[in-house]
Design a protein around this ligand. Sequence first.
Ligand code: ATP
Length: 306
Amino acid sequence: MSSQHPVTVRAAAKINLHLGVGAPREDGFHPLTTVYQAVGLCDDVTAHPADELSLEVDGSDWIDVDVVPTDGANLAHRAAVLLGSHHGRDLTGRLVVEKAIPVAGGLAGGSADAAAALVALDRLHDLGTSDDDLLRIAAELGSDVPFALIGGTALGTGRGELVESVGDVGTWWWVIVPSREGLSTPAVYRHFDKLFPKADPTPPDAEGLLSALRTGQPISLARTLHNDLQEPAVDLRPELGTLIEHGESEGALRGIVSGSGPTVVFLCESADHARDLAGALMRTGHPVVLVANGAVAGSHVVPSHV
Ligand code: ATP
């Protein structure tokens, strides 16, 4: 039986604490060893009962919603189609995506929406899809979608779609600085291939970072943050390098490009430290500076307060 009430599911942005990239495989994908962390910057997807499938996108002031497709190209829409075909039926629902995650920012906002849509439609139609099936469908939608389902802190292998939660005893405070203009993930990978034509097929492992997570000490984590896509991203957008230097000179423990960029994230000692750094960056001309902590939960239903 389907729910007569709308179902809202919240999904978090991810940052990559470690992003090791290997030489492209035969299928064109780059093998990854990555450590994802879900941070408290979230999109909400609400599935309303309806006679057909439709999608609307709305968002916070700093989000350029006009560049987000509302047709079959939207990852949340694709999620609905794939979940439907898994159950052998066409799924209906009016999907309303409320975005707070910057678009094309290296924070996997589209993947978050896809994961949220899977859970929302599963509940709306009471489909009872197993976790394993949801993870399989998520992996078909994109490399970051399985992580958007599970959240927390997780090791990702394969092309990032094989995820397993890892021990993380810390509460980590981040300052997140989005860019005005997005950066295309495929373009950054192409630039990686150009800069590193002899890259090892095996991506660098995350052992140092995984140990640091178990200490709970921000300074240890700061020393082990690693992103193989940072050099190509900064080469394409030199202002990102300037921003990292600036944030570190203002006291960040460490600044790093998130995923393929262009968002830059700064690790801080504490919530107060993060708020101070955010204030300093805003005073020097960055219009949007966000503070978030991690790790937070994966895709989950938000109780309605009606
Ligand atoms: P990725 O690394 O997966 O590309 P990203 O965080 O850099 O992630 P997204 O915000 O997911 O980037 O968007 C990448 C592109 O995907 C956008 O330029 C947009 O055209 C398209 N897209 C499709 N569905 C969505 C969605 N629900 N939200 C945002 N963008 C979407």
